[in-house]
Design a protein around this ligand. Structure first.
Ligand code: A3D
Length: 320
């Protein structure tokens, strides 16, 4: 059986980490693409030279020509610029929109059958624009943010309860920004809803609110610490989870920025919601029930994403 092919569009901090994980997990042959050709080639060669040590076989190549991504099964897009301290994700819109145009056209020409995972910020608007520029089916283009935001939420909850991260499930809906919606009611510790853990005296409502706030600001916390760029280990792990669910038809339920056609009252936009990812790409959207407070928070988040999508349309006349 032929190996899968994974194209990483953008070979910076997340792209390089993705290549390393994909090679170590032997997910397939890896192409690192970047306008900075030396970076793509250098990282590919460095990881290839590590492969005899970690004992896994895959080919790693670096390129600055889209022809190199031909036939990719999965494309993971991180091309663009990340935040610096003091910047919001939205400040990246103008520059990264132009990058999405080039990337979308490159994927449409060379890898139109790929499952495409966008990570570039501001995420929900960029994945929408990338889908528009590429013309690929909506179920094959998805944004990574919810898995990362939920992982942060799970980590903070596990730390607070003093239990294994493996036993904490949690998810975050809405746009990937300060208005994201971490859902305590749908978060559990080994199946026990988090509000029940609080009722049993394992924590307090105040601490839960602080964890929700820390989750919302989780990306900014890392940006402030790093001083020159944004998170990359956790974002890369999160995108790999989504790629594996597609490549192995695992049908994981993962929170992703997916194209909505009326679900949760949203039509024609990408926002973070729980979806089933399998060989068909986004196979289902899981329409959980939201209470009034949760729906109101979700609506605020959707409005923020809508503002960014409108800004994209203002900047590029080809977007409708
Ligand atoms: P960085 O290390 O700067 O890598 C970006 C790479 O993109 C660089 O190597 C650039 O040379 C390359 N690039 C720029 N323009 C193009 C182009 N037109 N074609 C191909 N390559 C290009 O950034 P990073 O890897 O840390 O972050 C990448 C993106 O992910 C940024 O937009 C971040 O804001 C975003 N990000 C998103 C999340 C989410 O959860 C959604 C988390 C962390 C970072």
């Amino acid at each position: 059986m032929a190996r899968n092919k994974i194209a990483l569009i953008g070979s910076g901090m997340i792209g390089g980490t993705l290549a390393h994980i994909a090679a170590r997990e032997e997910l397939g042959d890896v192409v690192l693409f970047d306008i900075a050709e030396g970076v793509a080639k250098g990282k590919a060669l460095d990881i290839a030279e590590a492969s005899p040590v970690f004992g896994k076989d895959s080919t790693l190549k670096g390129a600055d020509d889209y022809a190199a991504i031909a036939g990719a099964d999965v494309c993971i897009v991180t091309a663009g610029v990340p935040r610096k301290p003091g910047m919001s994700r939205d400040d990246l819109l103008g520059i990264n929109l132009k990058v999405m145009k080039a990337v979308g056209e490159g994927i449409a020409k060379h890898a139109p059958d790929a499952f495409v995972i966008c990570i570039t910020n501001p995420l929900d608007a960029m994945v929408w624009a990338l889908r528009e520029f590429s013309g690929l089916p909506h179920n094959k283009v998805v944004g990574m943010a919810g898995v990362l935001d939920s992982a942060r939420f799970r980590y903070f909850l596990a730390e607070e309860f003093g239990v294994s991260v493996e036993d904490v499930t949690a998810f975050v809906m809405g746009g990937h920004g300060d208005t994201m919606v971490p859902l305590l009611r749908y978060s559990t510790v080994a199946g026990i809803p988090v509000p029940d853990m609080v009722a049993m005296g394992w924590s307090t409502d105040e601490k839960m609110s602080a964890i929700v706030d820390r989750t919302r600001g989780g990306g900014g916390e890392i940006v402030a610490l790093l001083g020159n760029g944004s998170a990359y280990y956790a974002p890369a792990e999160s995108a790999i989870d989504m790629a594996v669910s597609y490549l192995r038809d695992k049908k994981r339920i993962l929170p992703c920025a997916a194209h909505l056609t009326g679900q949760f009252g949203v039509d024609g936009m990408y926002v973070g919601v729980p979806v089933v990812i399998g060989a068909g790409g986004v196979e289902k959207i899981v329409e959980i029930t939201l209470n009034d407070d949760e729906q109101a928070m979700f609506d605020t988040s959707v409005a923020a994403v809508q503002g960014l999508v409108d800004a994209c349309k203002g900047l590029d006349g080809s977007l409708k």
